[in-house]
Design a protein around this ligand. Structure first.
Ligand code: HDD
Length: 692
C-alpha cells in the first residue's frame, strides 16, 4: 500500500519508518505537525505516483522544510561561542547592612542560576581555546526579578567609553575585506586599534597573559568589572566590585597547548564543563565583594568609574558572601544556552549602577541586541529568560506573544476596579528606586573623557610586575607571537613604543623577539606611577588545587593492572580523574590477561588534553610504541609542557626515542603515584628555561 494512503495506526507509538513500507515500534509520543496533526509517514514526500512530481499540497513536507530553513538565528555579535549550565546561588553571609537585595538577606537562601561562559571574538563555530577574554555571564532568578551579572574572566576592559565598543569589536573580528583571521587578535587591525588607544594597554596585558588561555571554565575567576553600588533598606549606599572565585583554583594552559588543543578538541572547554557536571563534579565559585565608600574611592590614584582599572585585593579585601554551584546541563543547547539573553539592565532592588560610562553604554546595547538576535521584544518570555517570580505589567502584544492577559486593563491610570473589573497591577513602595547620580548636579552636557581617566599605564605596569618570572616570560612570548602576525611595520613599532610605558624590560624583550630596534616611547597622557605589586593578579602565586584535574594514563598490552589501580586510586582519593589511553580504543590485555577498556586511542588523545600523564606499559608494548608518532608526541609534548610524568621502567625506551631526559618530575610507579597526582595542577617550569 503506498504510504500516502496509509491510515494512521490506532497505536500511536507505531511510527512509519524507512521507505514507507515498514514501521518502527518505539515508545514515545506520536509524531505530529506543529499544529498537532498526527503524521503517518516522516520518510517520504507526497508524490503524484511513485516516481512522479512532489505535490505542493504536502503540508507535512512544506512545514518541515519551512521550519528547517529558519532554524538558525543571528549569532551574538560578540561572545558568539559559549556554553552554559544551570545551578543555584546560595547566600553564605547575609549583608542586610549593605544591601536590601533579597538574595543576600538570609544565610542558606538559594536562588536558581544560569551561567554562560564564552569566548569574545570568534564566531559560534570557532574553537574554545583561542587567546581571548572569556565571558562569565550569570543570571540569578531572584524573587524580586532577575539579576544578571554579565562579566568576564578579566577584571578590566579595553576601553573606557561605550562609544568605542563597535570600533574595538570591528578591529578584533576577522578583517573586513578578507574575512579572517577567525577568533584571533594576532592581526593588523586589532593591534592598529589598541596601539592608538593607550587606555587599552592594561587589558592588553591581561589578554597577553595566561588568563586568556584558561584550562577550564571551571578554573576561571569571574569579575563584574564595573563598580556597582549596593543599597540597604535605609537607602544608604556603598560602592561594590563583584568577584567569582573558583573552588578549583585558577589554571591556564600554555600557548603551545592551546594551539594543539584547538586541533585535537575544538570543544575542549565546552566538553570539560559538560562532562564535569554529568559526572557529578559540580563546579563551584564563591561570590566575593569589594566594598568601599566615596572617601576611599577618592583616595585612589585612579578613578573607580574607569573600567580599565581594578582595585587590588590587597587594597580592598574581597569579602565572601555566597556560592554559585552549577549542577545541571541544559536539556537543549539552542533553547537554553543559545536563547539565553543577558542584560546588564537586569538588576534588583538593593543593587544599582554607577556612572561608569562603559556600563552606561552597555545598559542600552544588550536589550537592543536581543531584539535583533531573538527577533522579538518578547524575548523575556522564552523560558530561560523568564523571571521565576510573578511578572505583571501593562506591556502588550508584539511578535511571538505567548502570554494571554485577561480583561481590558492595559493602561494606567484606570478606574476599572471601581466597576468591579480587574484594574491590573500597581506600583509598589518596595519597588526598585534608582539612586541619585553621583555626578556634579550642575554638570554641563559635553562629550569628554574625565581627566581622572588619563592614566593609562600605571595599572598595566602593576599587572606586569605582579607576575612571576615564568608568567612574565609567557606575556613576552605572546606579544612576540601576536606582533609577528602584524604585517604593518609602523603598527609593530607603535606597540613597542606603548610597551615602553608599561615596562622597559618587557619592551626590550619583545623588540628582540621581533628583531626590531626599540623605538622611542609613545608619550603617555600621564606619567605612569609605580603602584605596589598585587600577588592576587598572578595565577602561579595562587595555591594549586588537585581536585578537578585529569591524568592521561597511557597503557599497553601486558601492563600491570595493580599499578594502574594504584594510580587510579591515588587520583580518586584526591578528587582527580583518570582517562585510560591505549594504542587502540578497544583497550589492552593486561599482564593478568584481562581486557582493560580504553577511553581514547593515542592518536585521539594527545597529552595536551591532560594535566599530567602516566605510562604503564610492558617492555614489548613500549618497544612497539617507539615506532608510533602519536605516542612519541604524547611524551615529548607532556615533557615540553612541563608536566609531571609517572612511569613504569619499561617506558624508558619511549623517552629515549623521544629524546627526553627524565628529571625530578618523573615519578616511578606505583610508589610515586601520590606525588604524581599532587603535581597535577603544577608545572616544572625550569624545563621551559632549558629551552625544551
Ligand atoms: Fe558585552 C555580550 C561582557 C562591554 C555589548 N558581553 C556580552 C557577553 C558577555 C559580555 C559575558 C555574553 C553574554 C552571553 O553569554 O550571552 N561586555 C562584557 C563585559 C564588558 C562588556 C564584561 C565590559 C566591562 N558589551 C560591552 C560594551 C558593549 C557590549 C561596552 C556595547 C556598548 N556585549 C554587548 C552586546 C552583546 C554582549 C553586543 C552580544 C550578545 C549580547 O550582548 O547579548 O550587546
Amino acid at each position: 500500500m503506498p504510504a500516502m494512503t496509509k491510515k494512521p495506526s490506532d497505536d500511536r507509538s507505531e511510527i512509519p519508518f524507512g521507505t514507507g513500507g515498514e514501521t518502527q515500534q518505539r515508545g514515545g509520543p506520536v509524531l505530529t505537525t506543529n499544529h498537532g496533526v498526527p503524521i503517518s509517514d516522516n520518510q517520504n514526500a507526497l508524490k503524484a505516483g511513485a516516481r512522479g512530481p512532489t505535490l505542493l499540497e504536502d503540508f507535512v513536507l512544506r512545514e518541515k522544510i519551512f521550519h528547517f530553513d529558519h532554524e538558525r538565528i543571528p549569532e551574538r555579535i560578540v561572545h558568539a561561542r559559549g556554553s552554559g549550565a544551570h545551578g543555584f546561588f546560595e547566600c553564605t553571609t547575609p549583608i542586610p547592612d549593605l544591601s536590601r537585595a533579597s538574595l543576600f538577606a538570609k544565610k542558606g537562601a538559594k536562588v536558581p542560576a544560569f551561567v554562560r561562559f564564552s569566548t569574545v571574538a570568534g564566531s559560534k563555530g570557532s574553537k574554545d581555546t583561542p587567546r581571548d577574554v572569556r565571558g562569565f555571564a550569570v543570571k540569578l532568578y531572584t524573587d524580586e526579578g532577575n539579576w544578571d551579572l554579565v562579566g568576564n574572566n578579566i577584571p578590566v576592559f579595553f576601553i573606557q567609553d561605550a562609544m568605542k565598543f563597535p570600533d574595538l569589536v570591528h578591529a578584533v573580528k576577522p578583517e573586513a575585506d578578507r574575512g579572517f583571521p577567525q577568533a584571533a587578535s594576532a592581526h593588523d587591525t586589532f593591534w592598529d586599534f589598541v596601539s592608538l588607544m593607550p587606555e587599552s594597554m592594561h587589558t592588553v596585558m591581561w589578554a597577553m597573559s595566561d588568563r586568556a588561555i584558561p584550562r577550564s571554565f571551571r578554573m576561571m575567576e569571574g569579575f563584574g568589572v564595573h563598580t556597582f553600588r549596593l543599597v540597604n533598606a535605609a537607602g544608604d549606599w556603598c560602592f561594590v566590585k563583584f568577584h567569582w572565585k573558583p573552588k578549583l583554583g585558577v589554571q591556564s594552559t600554555t600557548w603551545d597547548e592551546a594551539v594543539k588543543i584547538s586541533g585535537a578538541d575544538p570543544d575542549y572547554l565546552r566538553r570539560d564543563l559538560h562532562d564535569a557536571i554529568e559526572n557529578g563534579d559540580y563546579p563551584e565559585w564563591e561570590l566575593g565583594i569589594q566594598v568601599f565608600d566615596q572617601a576611599t574611592a577618592d583616595s585612589f590614584p585612579y578613578d573607580i568609574l574607569d573600567a580599565t582599572k581594578l582595585i587590588p585585593e590587597e587594597v580592598v579585601p574581597v569579602k565572601i558572601i555566597g556560592r554559585l554551584v552549577l549542577d545541571r546541563n541544559p536539556n537543549n543547547f539552542f533553547a537554553e544556552t543559545e536563547q539565553a539573553a543577558f542584560l546588564p539592565t537586569n538588576i534588583v532592588p538593593g543593587i544599582d549602577f554607577s556612572d561608569d560610562p562603559l556600563l552606561q553604554g552597555r545598559l542600552f546595547s544588550y536589550m537592543d541586541t536581543q531584539k535583533s538576535r531573538l527577533g522579538t521584544t518578547n524575548f523575556h518570555q522564552i523560558p530561560i529568560n523568564a523571571p521565576r517570580c510573578p511578572m505583571h505589567n501593562f506591556q502588550r502584544d508584539g511578535m511571538m506573544q505567548t502570554m494571554v492577559p485577561k480583561g481590558r486593563a492595559n493602561y494606567e491610570p484606570n478606574s476599572l476596579a471601581e466597576a468591579g473589573e480587574d484594574g491590573g497591577p500597581r506600583a509598589s513602595d518596595q519597588g526598585f528606586i534608582t539612586l541619585a547620580s553621583i555626578a556634579e548636579p550642575a554638570a554641563e552636557k559635553q562629550r569628554i573623557r574625565a581627566d581622572s581617566f588619563a592614566d593609562h599605564f600605571s595599572q598595566a605596569r602593576m599587572f606586569y610586575v605582579s607576575q612571576t618570572e615564568v608568567e612574565q616570560g609567557h606575556m613576552a612570548d605572546a606579544l612576540i607571537f601576536e606582533l609577528s602576525k602584524v604585517k604593518l611595520e609602523h603598527v609593530r613599532g607603535r606597540v613597542l613604543g606603548q610597551l615602553r610605558n608599561v615596562d622597559e624590560g618587557l619592551a626590550a624583550k619583545v623588540a628582540n623577539g621581533l628583531a626590531l630596534d626599540l623605538p622611542p616611547a609613545v608619550a603617555p597622557a600621564r606619567e605612569p606611577l609605580d603602584l605596589d605589586a598585587s600577588d592576587a593578579l598572578s595565577i602561579l602565586k595562587k595555591p594549586p588545587v588537585v581536585k578537578g584535574r585529569t591524568l592521561g594514563l597511557l597503557v599497553t598490552d601486558g601492563a600491570d593492572e595493580a599499578i594502574i589501580k594504584a594510580v587510579t586510586e591515588a587520583a580518586r582519593k584526591a578528587g582527580a580523574t583518570v582517562k585510560i589511553i591505549a594504542p587502540k580504543v578497544g583497550g589492552v590485555k593486561t599482564k593478568a590477561g584481562k581486557i582493560l577498556a580504553a577511553d581514547e586511542m593515542i592518536g585521539g588523545a594527545p597529552s595536551v588534553l591532560f594535566d599530567a600523564v602516566a605510562l604503564v606499559m610492558s617492555k614489548t608494548g613500549a618497544d612497539a610504541l617507539t615506532g608510533d608518532k602519536a605516542a612519541l608526541d604524547f611524551v615529548s609534548d607532556a615533557f615540553a609542557h612541563c608536566k609531571a610524568i609517572g612511569n613504569t621502567p619499561e617506558a624508558a625506551a619511549l623517552f629515549a626515542k623521544a629524546g627526553i631526559k627524565p628529571d625530578d618530575w618523573f615519578f616511578g610507579l606505583p610508589q610515586g603515584a601520590d606525588r604524581l597526582i599532587q603535581k597535577l595542577p603544577e608545572r616544572n617550569w625550569v624545563r621551559e628555561k632549558k629551552g625544551m
